[in-house]
Design a binder for this molecule. Structure first.
Ligand code: NAP
Length: 278
């Protein structure tokens, strides 16, 4: 497969790039973070995106954009330009070509009041980030055979933008006891996408185990013997704005793939293995 991976310099994209490059021809992009081997392109430069697409790809994986909830809330126009407009431009650019687009979306399209969310549940975003992801899904789905894969919180190491492990860099790490999800172990994502990318429409992919952020962070710190103290907090006491959905458990009615449970993921991380588990 010849793949264009937008956002290969990011947390999720870096791990996808590393894994998929072993089995496919992957052109990865970066923006502000120059990474050797990646092509620099700004998502807002539609002419540059079109020129890149002119190389001819079987698949475009869109893993770029404004992801941080607070940054999106503070800069809604930028969030729309990166998260929505880029999808509209890509879809137009590949029209009448065989190139398929796979967009990574988020569990933040839901409000977090439901027990479990499948692809059939109505969306109800409560923050700017979630609203841009809804609009991006709408921009891609419909005729064209493209694919949206919604994922929850991702954890695990990433080669050059390790946002998850960076959370443990201080002596104290705050983690919410009232924010729950079925997080995805990052190395399980590339093989899952490879299983799913022949499909079209909307799919969920999540981890097997449902945990609080506090439980996840505590278990990671303990398993890897990290020199940080994970402190329990209530979300609204510490992260009052923007609104964050409290319970986001994604499940699929279309496939049975789940990422590994936390114990298996932590055993993999502790061993330093790069083995992928789905
Ligand atoms: N991380 C999670 O837990 C999580 C959960 C659910 C869904 N997702 C989805 O997964 C995808 C990747 O998220 P992530 O956590 O990997 O985010 P990230 O670490 O913030 O990476 C964002 C990527 O977007 C690129 N980017 C930012 N502004 C750009 C611009 N103007 N032009 C071109 N590229 C630009 C960044 O490039 P530079 O760094 O080089 O500027 C980087 O490669 C997103 O679609 C997100 O919605 C992530």
């Amino acid at each position: 497969m010849k793949i264009l991976l937008l956002g290969a310099s990011g947390y999720v994209g870096g791990a996808l790039w590393q894994s998929l490059s072993a089995r496919h021809t992957v052109v990865g992009t970066c923006s502000r973070r120059a990474v050797p081997g990646l092509v620099t392109v700004d998502l807002r430069d539609e002419a540059a995106l079109c020129a890149l697409l002119g190389q001819g790809f079987d698949l475009v994986i869109h893993a770029a954009g404004l992801v941080d909830l607070a940054s999106a809330e503070a800069q809604p126009a930028l969030a729309h330009a990166l998260n929505v407009r880029s999808v509209e431009a890509l879809r137009t650019a590949v029209r009448d070509t065989p190139t398929k687009i796979l967009l990574l979306s988020s569990d933040n399209v839901f409000d977090g009041t439901g027990e479990v969310y499948t692809e059939e549940d109505p969306r109800s975003p409560v923050n700017v980030y979630g609203r841009t992801k809804c609009a991006a899904e709408d921009a891609l789905l419909g005729p064209g055979g493209h694919l949206v894969v919604r994922i929850p919180l991702v954890y695990g190491r990433s080669p050059w933008a390790d946002r998850f492990m960076a959370r443990f860099s201080g002596p104290v790490t705050q983690a919410q006891t009232d924010v729950v999800c079925a997080p995805v172990y990052l190395p399980s994502l590339a093989p899952a996408l490879e299983e799913l990318w022949d499909r079209q429409g909307l799919l969920h992919f999540a981890g097997a185990e449902v945990v609080t952020r506090f439980a996840l962070m505590s278990r990671v710190a303990e398993a890897l013997r990290l020199p940080t103290r994970v402190v329990p907090v209530r979300n609204d006491d510490v992260f009052a704005s923007p609104r964050r959905p409290k319970r986001l458990v994604l499940r699929s009615v279309h496939h049975g793939f789940l990422g590994p449970d936390v114990a298996a993921a932590l055993a993999d991380m502790a061993s330093g293995s790069t083995e992928e588990t789905t």
